[in-house]
Design a protein around this ligand. Structure first.
Ligand code: GDG
Length: 667
């Protein structure tokens, strides 16, 4: 402890019961098995969870006691997944990064966790969340979208109040440390010592912590199968099985130890001869030099985890092969397999395949070994652990910059006051309001986003004021708008401008429009619905919309791309435009847009106050139609022509409430 304090480390004291429930419980018996696709081993205990929360808070207390307001804080691994949010609350200006060293499982597995929301919200307190590869990143984004309903696009999550980035940073090793081991006299001495004991047998090396995710019993069984099928290798090869003791108090690990001991005994008993022991079993941790000596002399590294976030052993072994000789057999379910494609890649559950891979590895021509290793070494050398850390930090900074940029347009308290006073002082005020995503959040079915009575009352208050005119400019069909807002004294624009209804008037269409094209396009959209479960078609009078909000997000995005490509040929001849919106692809006649509809009101009067609120690309036309002095506000993040930004529909409503309150006093 004193040594750590001397190194400027700050202790986080934990009680013994917390160590039990937090570390041996929640970390080792819940998160670890679940995230490694062993849901059957995962225990869900409320007391584990409470300890997990307590310990994360204890870390937050210590860190926030030390951190300066603008510090960079980099949090590592699954033990501290609540910490990013806790620190965001305590040190709001800090730049917070989080890196997960284990896999982030697919949504179907992750959703099993009773505290999944809290974990996701915890992680989303960071500015950047890093993973070893794109699969894990995708799984995380998928879960954020499907469990919390946040918008996810291009590796970016839009939470209620900020943008969070997620990205892949495959962790590297200290390349030079391993590529230089051959010259190290201590390693050379160890190597000689091992060689004397191993004789001239060829060496297959296996190095892991004792963990059920590592597939050690399956590996031993495959080795046994290999010996059985290939008697020519008897007395010619030795499997050096280095197993590092781990989590020795957890039941599954105790059982595993017995199983591995038993299998080693069985294989050595069955195939061993006097003078030849097929499995050389070391159940301990070795210091660096003997470990490096084993890497350096092994002809084959057999790395076959059932699931592994990355697996650095595979990388270290490859880096050690300075002469290029040596073969790596690697499981496809180790994160490292995505970078080390020149290894012999196997399915760790397929013993037959592992046995064959061993034969291949032992017989592969030297030249081919060298070629395969050179490519992998070059990659490992370039993207070493320093590069990994630098890339993470660079990305963390760029994320922070992006957040600040989006915040710049944020409608500050002062600006809101100015807006409210402009409104109060105006004699002729025009409010151009989008509906979905602006006044109400998106819901998975369009018909469910009906306005509540509070919202209707709020709008009504504006309409009762003779100095104010309100227009709802929506992409929705006129029947829905009529049903929902027909009782209010306001203007309505349906289908992005196809239909217009003046205050007190009837519906009119401003364009000479046709809808014959629908017959041709509808069947195409139907086939997309068939191939994309959860998607559906909305038919409006002069447009067709394909909705995919409820579909599997990744499938939905993919199908939307395909649909856009497919439609572009057809639409050119039909005078149609294909527009991509918020989880929708919409087809409508060209030349219709909200901006044109808005102009009908804008140009009619001498307004001394105009406020436009909108959330998506269709509202950009409204913003562009306004004079530069008008109050244009984008609701949400992303590029916009609007002058200001509010983060959510909730904030937009808050603003409208302020306006109506302020003005009422004067009326
Ligand atoms: C996580 C993820 C991810 C092993 N035995 C000895 C020894 N080692 C060293 C190796 C290597 C490290 O331990 C093991 O690295 P792994 O990558 O296999 O796994 P973990 O560090 O346990 O766990 C994993 C990693 O984080 C990094 O993000 O790759 O997927 O589970 O460096 O050399 N070192 C010594 N003696 C041993 O006996 N000295």
């Amino acid at each position: 402890m004193t040594r750590l304090v001397a190194e400027n480390c700050h202790p986080v004291p934990l009680s013994q019961p917390d160590v039990e429930a937090y570390y041996y419980g929640m970390c080792n018996r819940t998160i670890w098995p679940l995230f490694h696709y062993f849901p059957i081993y995962a225990e869900y205990s409320e007391s584990f969870w409470q300890a997990y929360e307590r310990v994360n808070v204890a870390f937050a207390n210590v860190v926030s006691g030390i951190a300066k307001p603008n510090d960079i804080i980099w949090i590592h691994d699954y033990h501290l997944m609540l910490l990013p949010r806790l620190l965001r609350e305590r040190v709001p200006k800090a730049t917070v990064g989080f890196f997960l060293h284990i896999p982030f499982p697919s949504f179907e597995i992750f959703r099993l966790l009773p505290w999944r929301q809290q974990i996701l919200e915890g992680l989303l307190g960071a500015d950047l969340v890093g993973f070893h590869n794109y699969d894990y990143t995708g799984h995380f984004l998928d879960s954020a979208h499907r469990l919390l309903g946040y918008e996810v696009a291009m590796g970016q999550v839009t939470t209620a109040d900020r943008l969070v980035k997620a990205d892949a940073f495959p962790m590297g090793i200290n390349y030079n440390q391993f590529s230089n081991v051959d010259q190290d006299p201590q390693v050379q001495a160890e190597r000689k010592r091992f060689r004397r004991k191993l004789g001239d047998c060829r060496v297959i090396l296996s190095v892991d912590r004792l963990d059920y995710t590592k597939g050690i019993p399956q590996r031993l069984e495959a080795f046994s199968l290999f010996l059985d099928r290939n008697p020519k290798f008897k007395r010619k090869v030795i499997l050096v099985l280095l197993v590092v003791p781990s989590r020795v108090r957890v039941e599954h690990y105790i059982q595993l130890k017995k199983q591995v001991d038993g299998l080693v005994g069985e294989i050595n008993g069955k195939y061993g001869t006097i003078g030849w022991m097929p499995v050389w079993y070391l159940y301990r941790s070795l210091p660096f030099h003997p470990l490096a000596a084993l890497y350096s002399l092994a002809d084959v590294a057999l790395v076959t985890p059932l699931r592994d976030g990355m697996n650095l052993v595979a990388k270290e072994y490859t880096a050690t092969k300075v002469d290029g000789k040596g073969v790596l057999i690697l499981s496809e379910t180790a994160g490292a397999a995505q970078e080390l494609g020149e290894a012999i890649i196997i399915n760790a559950n397929n013993q037959d395949e592992i046995a064959q891979a061993l034969v291949k590895a032992l017989e592969i021509p030297e030249q081919e070994q060298i070629e395969r290793n050179r490519v992998m070494q070059e990659r490992l050398r370039r993207y070493d652990v320093v590069q990994w850390a630098n890339e993470f930090i660079d990305k963390l900074f760029s994320t922070k910059k992006l957040q600040l940029k989006t915040k710049e347009k944020g409608l500050t308290y002062e600006m809101q006051k100015k807006l409210a006073s402009d409104f109060r002082d105006s004699d002729k005020a025009l409010l151009l309001l989008d509906y979905d995503g602006t006044l109400v959040p998106f819901s998975s079915k369009p018909e469910e986003a009906m306005p509540g009575s509070r919202l209707l009352r709020l709008l009504e208050k504006f309409t009762k004021n003779p100095r104010t005119e309100v227009v709802l400019i929506s992409g929705r069909d006129r029947d829905t708008l009529e049903r929902w807002f027909g009782g209010l004294d306001l203007g309505l624009v349906a289908e992005h401008g196809v239909w217009i209804k003046e205050k007190g008037g009837g519906w009119e269409t401003i364009e000479t429009l046709t809808s014959d094209w629908k017959e041709e396009v509808h069947p195409i959209l139907e086939s997309w619905v068939d191939r994309t479960p959860g998607s559906f078609i909305e038919e409006k009078e002069f447009s067709l919309v394909w909705h995919y909000r409820k579909a599997n997000p990744r499938l939905g995005e993919l199908r939307a791309r395909e649909l856009m490509n497919n439609l572009s040929d057809i639409t050119a001849n039909l005078n149609l435009q294909v527009l991509e919106g918020n989880k929708v692809v919409e087809l409508k006649n060209t030349d219709i847009n909200k901006g044109r509809a808005a102009l009908k009101w804008i140009s009619r009067d001498e307004w001394d106050f105009i406020l436009a609120l909108g959330d998506d690309w269709t509202d950009e036309d409204t913003f562009k139609a306004l004079s530069p002095t008008a109050w244009s506000i984008k609701v949400g993040f992303g590029a916009s022509a609007a002058r200001f930004r509010l983060s959510s529909p909730g904030k937009a409503i808050e603003l409208l409430r302020k306006l109506v309150g302020g003005r009422q006093k004067l009326v």
